[in-house]
Design a protein around this ligand. Sequence first.
Ligand SMILES: [Fe+2]
Length: 234
Amino acid sequence: MLEARYPSYKNLDSYVDVERLRALDGYVRERLQRRLQVAKDLAFYTGPFLLDGRDPHLPGSRLVYLAQSKREQDYYDLDRTDLWHPTSDAEEFSELMDFIRTLPFEATGRMIIMYDDSGRAVSAHRDHDSTDLCHEFIWFRTNLDKPFYMLDPNSGEKLYVESHAAWFDTVNQYHGADGTDGLSFSIRVDGRFCAAFRREIPISADNPAAAPSLWAERDSQQLAHSDERRSLAS
Ligand SMILES: [Fe+2]
């Protein structure tokens, strides 16, 4: 029986071209540094679901929107792929956009780069509180600098993301980042996964938002079984 465990995330490195992603590090960094000189990008807002109400809702990170919705900002629209179209900023990050086109999406919705020139901590938060809503997204990064974690609200246990690409349960656990030196950034693309990718995802009928954590749990069970088989064979 598959049951989600927290904190957890689904490592998606085997579904993305990690070498190509790493090769974009200088490209993205240089453009973000340039933006810091000229543009005033929108501040990242954590939303109302903070782990600790004393933490800032505006932790200091900024957002570059690579796609923009036809409607006013509404969090529940971020996977309504028909509403989103690329911004002029997407042209500035055209090589990143080329990479995004290689991801296992049938269609994309919101696409953002979240960055902070002084690597401030991001308050632990949940993205929303609807367990029946599972956003299909890929969170990814060109380097492993940002200490990004998942946190189980019951135990307080933190699990740091070790991969370049991940999908995670944003509802039944918290996520956030510790502070780090210098510029830190990550990218999140929401949309609709393609059919082949979706077939791999375990479904949770009573808690759809837990799908990434169920998938992570299935991975760890499979790993445990293969370790078992290996030790029996030796
Ligand atoms: Fe978030």
